[in-house]
Write a protein that binds this ligand. Structure first.
Ligand SMILES: [Zn+2]
Ligand SMILES: [Zn+2]
Length: 236
């Protein structure tokens, strides 16, 4: 299996996932559906356009939860426009943003949004900074976050670990594992194992593993432990 052509779609009964896009340094955008509920994962640039086309305004206004694996721009670039659109269209139901504790990008976007639109926000935004990786239920799905290894370069040329999570989503006995951006790590190996679907990044362009992304080989080796897998975030 090599890189994928977007949109990627997977479905089991009324649990489904659509990956509109997953290109490193450009954008990610994922829609998860469980029964009648819609969830958004890693809203990168273009998410509003893709959601509008896919589910329309009515369903967009009912989105209850957004899950963010980490703060890199290719995973959060669409958050501002999503929040603003929901305000303009007068969303009434609350929105919860789940993100790794310490992800300053999400908190900065949220704070700026609140500051700019202080007097015209029509819905409640709950920030859920994930500190512990205990499982919990939100709306009608069970979420199990897990830590992954993902680094970035500082201006000094040194690297630092960024707050980064993968998520397992369970609905009606079916499990989807999304690793986000990660190097090969045992947490991901354990959580992807036996999943009905594993979504695995293969963002490293050579067969030389580092602490940012997985090589194709590494991703495939994990993918084979799941019932089905998609390889995503492959450089174009
Ligand atoms: Zn990325
Ligand atoms: Zn990243």
């Amino acid at each position: 299996m090599t890189e994928q052509k977007y949109t990627l779609h997977w479905k089991k009964k009324d649990f489904s996932i659509k990956i509109f896009c997953s290109i490193p340094n450009i954008a990610t955008g994922i829609l998860l559906k469980a029964g009648k509920a819609h969830f958004v994962i890693d809203p990168g640039d273009g998410i509003l356009r893709d959601l509008n086309k896919e589910i329309g305004v009515k369903n967009l206004l009912e989105i209850s939860d957004v899950f963010v694996t980490h703060g890199h721009h290719d995973h959060v670039g669409g958050v501002w426009s999503l929040l603003t659109y929901l305000r303009v269209m007068q969303k009434k139901s609350p929105l919860t943003i789940h993100y790794p504790d310490g992800c300053v990008e999400i908190e900065s976007i949220y704070n700026a949004f609140k500051k700019v639109y202080l007097r015209s926000i029509t819905y409640k935004i709950n920030l859920k900074a994930i500190k512990k990786t205990n499982g919990y239920t939100t709306n009608n799905i069970t979420v199990k976050p897990f830590p992954v290894i993902h680094k970035e370069y500082l201006s000094t040329g040194k690297m630092r670990q960024v707050p980064a999570l993968g998520f397992n989503f369970v609905y009606d006995g079916t499990k989807i594992c999304y690793g986000g951006d990660t190097a090969y790590c045992t947490e991901l190996v354990n959580h992807a194992s036996n999943a009905d679907l594993a979504i695995l990044e293969a963002g490293h362009d050579e067969e030389t593993p580092d602490e940012m992304h997985m090589t194709m080989k590494e991703a495939v080796s994990i993918g084979k432990s799941a019932k089905k897998y998609f390889l995503v975030h492959v450089p174009e």
